[in-house]
Design a protein around this ligand. Sequence first.
Ligand SMILES: [Cu+2]
Length: 329
Amino acid sequence: MLVICLVIFVAVFGVMFYSILKHRKSLGHKSANFHESVSVEIAWTVAPLVIVIAMGAMATRTVVAMKDTTNPDLTIKATGYQWKWGYDYLKGEGEGIKFLSTLDLNQRVMSDEGKPQGDDYLLKVDNPLVVPVDRKVRIITTASDVIHAFAVPSLGVQQDAIPGFVRDTWFRANKTGDFYGQCAKLCGKEHSYMPIHVKVLSQPDYAKWVEGKNKEMAALADDPTKEWKLDELLARGEKVYNGNCAACHKPDGKGGGPVKPLDGAAVVQDADKTKQIMVLLNGQNNGLMPSWKALSDTDIASVITFTKNHWSNKTGQAVQPAEVVAARK
Ligand SMILES: [Cu+2]
């Protein structure tokens, strides 16, 4: 395309400058006196038309190929949440693997303090999206709360992730390494705290990762009917809180701005545990407190138990995963 444009550019400006220089008044050139030339008018209409149609045909083929998501080797669903990404390996090697990918907590601290550090500042996540090299990876995008956008410029992909809609895009990484992107939505500053880290591995490394991840997932799978002891729930709940809740509600549970405090909150201290379970499952405050139903029953039960027994909250209540299961219905 550039070559075609360059040839046209040189030809048109060449003729123009030649005409101006060689036919100027100071050389004694007399202006010609004619108008209307049917053949010239047909020529300068038909020639550009042919060029535009030829360029359009070439461009169409490329655009269709860019949008062609058929026959992928691996299909992954990327779900945008406030404010993280969820990845589900739907088809291909690694099928069944799913996890959430959240900004590393230290990055937010650096951002709040205004002290950026490291090459992966605000790009470091706990669980990167891992894919094999030289394989066609189809990414299906959707969202659970607001519109997000899955964008990784170095892999040439950007696709909106819209609640209730399913869109897709694809890429094929031709070298191993780390590739970074960010949620490309601007409506709300928190979108910039949900980066995308794509880790491209060689085939054997990817197979090893899949094996390890499957084992890890099997080990993490909790029996939702298990009765947990209070201190077990508290230990687990603290981790869940720091990974998911502390960003907004703060480590001291005081919240801030529109974010409600948990320390001393009526809902947290309420004897009716269902109230807080419902807030976590459904969200509140018009989505400002998002729904956390993507977390496991055990994670929700333990984090609620943690908030009910931390800071000045001393309810002594324990929420069991079975209670969350019941509330989901
Ligand atoms: Cu977003």
